[in-house]
Design a protein around this ligand. Structure first.
Ligand code: URA
Length: 234
């Protein structure tokens, strides 16, 4: 495998950046600084980038699924409901969902077979920002927006600072984007309930800066190397 692909596969740089690392003398193979950008890594080679031994993760799978409403985010369901696994049945590898979206929530769900990556993305200490677009009943006043931004009590837990942007308001409903940093059970629904607006529809639209792009419901795409790298560093 070409050295730039190998480095990209380790998730530390895109292929283009990997070429630069080689050109700048930051890459060693078996202890010797690499001179050729086109080097083919062979079985048993020890590759170092900036003094750190790396291993390619080409066998790792990183998928972004646009989960529709009506699917549970588990590998199997005792009630026999459709699961997100049904939507990725053609993926060759034992992937699992990273985190959870409610049965009635749609949108971005990352699936992978990389346990470390999943751990990083879901561990509370990493405070991964997640953005949801919610359609809520009624008008969301400035006071309510301020409360949501500063933190609300959702039953024994006060949420941390959130970003709240109204996308569209009508007398009956408000469409609003909210970015939170925790992942408590049904957190967004509980936050809006705490200020008196029931969530009617909820979709996750971003994880950090990674957006779904044009992806039909029920479809998936691979995360790009840059997206994987970005999420790892976040
Ligand atoms: N908050 C919710 O209320 N539901 C989700 O699925 C995700 C976040």
């Amino acid at each position: 495998m070409r050295i730039n692909k190998y480095i990209a596969g380790a998730g530390i740089a895109s292929r283009r950046k990997a070429d630069e690392l080689v050109a700048n003398g930051n890459v060693k193979v078996n202890g010797v600084t690499l001179k050729e950008a086109g080097y083919d890594v062979v079985e048993g080679d020890v590759v170092e980038v900036n003094g750190r031994v790396i291993q390619t993760v080409e066998d790792k799978i990183y998928i972004l699924l646009n989960k529709p409403v009506g699917y549970v985010t588990t590998v199997s369901d005792e009630k026999n409901r459709p699961t997100v696994m049904d939507l990725v049945a053609d993926v060759d590898g034992r992937i699992f969902p990273v985190g959870r979206l409610d049965y009635n929530t749609s949108g971005m769900l990352i699936m992978t077979n990389d346990g470390d990556f999943a751990y990083k993305l879901t561990h509370p200490k990493h405070e991964m920002p997640k953005t949801y677009r919610a359609l809520v009943a009624g008008v969301l006043s400035n006071e309510k927006c301020a409360k949501l931004r500063n933190g609300v009590d959702i039953g024994g837990f006060v949420t941390s600072r959130a970003k709240v942007n109204i996308v569209k308001g009508t007398p009956k409903t408000t469409l609003v984007d909210i970015t939170i940093h925790e992942g408590k059970n049904r957190q967004v629904r509980k936050m809006f309930k705490a200020v008196g607006n029931r969530v009617q529809q909820l979709e996750r639209i971003a994880i950090g800066d990674v957006r779904m792009g044009r992806l039909a419901e029920g479809h998936y795409r691979k995360l790009t190397v840059d997206e994987i790298e970005y999420l790892r560093k976040l």
